[in-house]
Design a binder for this molecule. Sequence first.
Ligand SMILES: [Zn+2]
Length: 270
Amino acid sequence: MANLVVVLTYILVSGIFISKALANLNDIIFNGDYEFIDLTYPFDEHTVYLPNTKNFEFTKKIERFQNDGTWYSSNEFVVGEQAGTHIDAPYHFKATGQCVGDIPLDKLIIPLIIADIGSSVNNDSNFVLYKHHLDFMLNDNMGKPCFIIFKFGWSKFYKDKNKYLGITKNNTFNFPGLSGEVAEWITSSYKNIVGIGVDTASVDPGSGTDFFAHKTFANAGLFIVENVKLDQPVPEYGCTALILPMKISSGSGAPLRLVAICPKQIPTHF
Ligand SMILES: [Zn+2]
């Protein structure tokens, strides 16, 4: 009996060891089954920003060949926290909320869900997402922690800033966004969702002035990612998001590099 226990223990321990060895992350993500998709717009003169946000300014300071023929460059940039592809930390709309540098990595490296609502939006710059648009499709990673990006189908307009922001003669904005109803529904019914992304300039509709979605998400401790670059196919589930903002200790937001690691073979079931 004692021998049997020893044998069973050996099998169990070696089984755990083998399965752990097989689960080496490098073996998985570099075996050719996965691709890296960049969901970030470049920071340059085309970077989109909203009022009261400093646009990306890049200044060439030193760029030259030195006396020994080798090249040296070192430049400077200035940018508002909420320009281009960026994160809004809860502190953006909540005085006691987390700053960018406080958001833990286990919220920033996380399963990604894409909620494609482009067909409902149908290029309507005044579309507002209500709960009835989502009742049948809000995929929540089966209740496990995840980051959801709402795809309004707006990335195709990014290069035309006036169209992307829906700027009118009166300098108002018109682009799609989330209703307060949806923001409250998500934060009350889907506690596992840690952040919300959009392929527009703001999670709130462009024409809105109350920032209700921003406030609701901030109060619930969720972060927001805006100006997500979704001009290429991304599986609706099965990807891992790397949401990596500049680690600004007291930041209300920050430019970030948003990347999805996705299976090349799109899963056939959730
Ligand atoms: Zn925002």
